[in-house]
Design a protein around this ligand. Structure first.
Ligand code: SF4
Ligand code: SF4
Length: 76
C-alpha cells in the first residue's frame, strides 16, 4: 500500500525518514510527508512511527485486483 502521514499526529521525529529504504519521506514544516511517487509500500515506516501517524493512503488503495503490470512500455 502507498502510505500517507496524518500530520496532526506527526511529531517530526524523523524515524520514518531514517527507515524508509526509498527515501520517499521528507520533512516539511516539521512534519513528515510521503512522496507518493517514490513510495513502494514496504510499510517499514508504518512500523517505525511511534505516533502511529502513518496510514494507508485511500487515494492509492488497491482497486479490485488487476493484472500485474510491468514498467515496460510505459512512456514518460
Ligand atoms: S511504505 Fe516503505 S517506501 Fe513507502 S514511505 Fe514507508 S518506508 Fe518508504
Ligand atoms: S516516525 Fe511518525 S511521528 Fe516521526 S516523523 Fe515519521 S510520521 Fe512523524
Amino acid at each position: 500500500m502507498i502510505v500517507k502521514i496524518e500530520s496532526e499526529k506527526c511529531t517530526g521525529c524523523a524515524l520514518c525518514i531514517e527507515d524508509c529504504p526509498m527515501a520517499a519521506i521528507e520533512l516539511k514544516d516539521g512534519k513528515a510527508v510521503v512522496i507518493a511517487e517514490m513510495c513502494r509500500g514496504c510499510e517499514a515506516c508504518v512500523m517505525s512511527c511511534p505516533q502511529e501517524a502513518i496510514v494507508e493512503d485511500p487515494k492509492f488503495a488497491p482497486a479490485p485486483q488487476r493484472a500485474p503490470q510491468t514498467m515496460h512500455g510505459w512512456r514518460h
